[in-house]
Design a protein around this ligand. Structure first.
Ligand code: NAP
Ligand code: GCO
Length: 266
């Protein structure tokens, strides 16, 4: 097989969760460009419809489903619909996620549990739902969208860091438990990416200056810029393709070098 053919996803079915926009949408675009049939879901009909319109505008044929990824029954039913409408899921990208930025001592247990539910329990639920068919088919790819907070903490993101740290270890455990069935489970750890989720951290100040956190991230990133969803496209195609068949349990950080850098001297 020619080297470039290893990056082809032709004939594969890829499900990207929570992919109406943001990082998930960009990853779906990339997997489609590499030849995959794309499936996505969102939590409500309105958001799913917005996603369908966005994919249509981008010229990407997709199948969209309403599914709350924390609801195991809904996930099982969605897998059945995907298998009926499109085929067995070959590539799963556990992208759906939320964050709540609250000082831990002020955070309610309910909010803590909600973040853990979406960012950690849901990847377990969705992976559990697709692995049996992957085993029957002879293999598959699972990509969990981790975070800088899989490795680092910071103020106000205790639930998110706990979830993303757990997601790193869930990734390693799926790789360990199902590698013998030719299932590769890896993570992508984006740095700070320009999406709606980080918009509050980039808001211009009243005097037109950059948000203090924005300035902080620029100083902490060797590339001296925020990432964009497009920066994640190549890594996602690599981990979704046969080019990474001997990569398993790895978290690929796409962070512009944040984790390697002490930060620019003020
Ligand atoms: P985003 O803009 O907030 O989008 C998150 C997506 O997940 C939305 O489409 C959202 O749908 C969906 N979602 C949330 N809860 C869901 C549920 N229960 N069921 C189904 N869908 C659900 O986030 P993003 O910035 O694109 O991030 C995507 C992933 O990358 C997340 O896992 C995030 O933690 C991770 N990440 C982001 C960054 C960053 O800097 N942006 C960096 C590292 C990792 P609704 O809009 O309908 O709620
Ligand atoms: C935050 C940000 C981060 C990013 C991302 C970094 O509040 O610190 O939202 O958590 O979303 O996870 O990798």
């Amino acid at each position: 097989m020619a080297l470039q053919d290893h990056f082809s996803l032709t004939g594969k079915v890829a499900w990207v969760t929570g992919a109406s926009y943001g990082i998930g949408f960009a990853i779906a675009e990339a997997l489609a460009e590499a030849g995959a049939k794309i499936v996505f879901n969102d939590i409500g009909q309105a958001q799913t419809d917005k996603g369908l319109a966005a994919y249509k505008k981008a010229g990407i044929p997709v199948h969209g489903y309403v599914c709350d990824v924390t609801d195991e029954q809904a996930v099982r039913e969605t897998v059945e619909k995907i298998e009926r409408d499109v085929g067995t899921v070959d590539i799963l990208v556990n992208n759906a996620g939320i964050i709540k930025r609250v000082p831990m001592t002020e955070m309610s247990p309910a909010d803590f549990r909600l973040v853990i539910d979406v960012d950690l329990n849901a990847p377990f639920i969705v992976s559990k739902a697709v692995i049996p068919a992957m085993i029957k088919k002879g293999g598959g790819k699972i990509i969990n969208i981790c975070s800088m907070m899989s490795e680092l903490g910071r103020e106000t993101v205790s639930a998110y860091a706990a979830a993303k740290g757990g997601l790193k270890m869930l990734t390693k455990n799926i790789a360990s438990e199902y590698g013998e069935y030719n299932i590769q489970c890896n993570g992508i750890g984006p740095g700070y990416i320009e999406t709606p989720q980080t918009a509050p951290l980039r808001e211009r100040q009243a005097d037109g200056s950059r948000h203090p956190f924005d300035q902080f991230i620029i100083a902490k990133t060797p590339a001296a810029r925020w990432g964009t969803p497009d920066d994640l496209k190549g890594p996602a195609v690599f981990l979704a393709s046969s080019a990474s068949d001997f990569v398993n349990g790895h978290i690929l950080y796409v962070d512009g070098g944040i984790l390697a850098y002490i930060g620019k001297q003020p």
